[in-house]
Design a protein around this ligand. Sequence first.
Ligand code: HEC
Length: 148
Amino acid sequence: MAERFTKSMARNIYYGGSFFFFLLLLGLTFDTMLELPERDHRENITPSVANGKHLWEKNNCVGCHSLMGEGAYYAPELANVFDRRGGSNEQVFKSYLRAWMSIQPIQTPGRRKMPQFNLAPEEVDDIANFLIWTSRINDNDWPPNIEG
Ligand code: HEC
């Protein structure tokens, strides 16, 4: 082994390391692209689900909530709210969401508030369909508990 750490050794580590991790990045990207269609069940994106996502973005729900861990941490995670509040029953969840959206903001002192969005019942159903679709994405069971 050389006694001194030479410039050319440092260069080889730099280029070799960069090349190795670039190959790793390519491989993992390729693997992700292959896996995604199986996991996101995109064939179930109905016009209602798409409109629900649009409403979700337009009203900036993610400004307070997280969805599959992405978003803000002011309010509960919603990727699993379908299982939490609907018991995985679509009709139960839609009734719940209509009721929930209509009673905001709840005036309990000391409790975080959610705004009133004045959405039409059909719009709330679209958001419900979007959240139902999201809950069925295979995300390795994230979040790890039902309260999210
Ligand atoms: C300004 C912040 C804020 C925004 C924006 C917001 N929320 Fe909320 N949301 C909250 C808070 C805070 C709670 C918890 C309130 C409570 O427990 O009383 C909540 C709770 C909820 C719950 C109940 C969660 C549960 O576990 O029961 C649902 C469903 C929900 N929000 C949906 C939405 C949707 C859909 C939107 C967008 C149209 C939205 N929220 C936008 C703050 C917000």
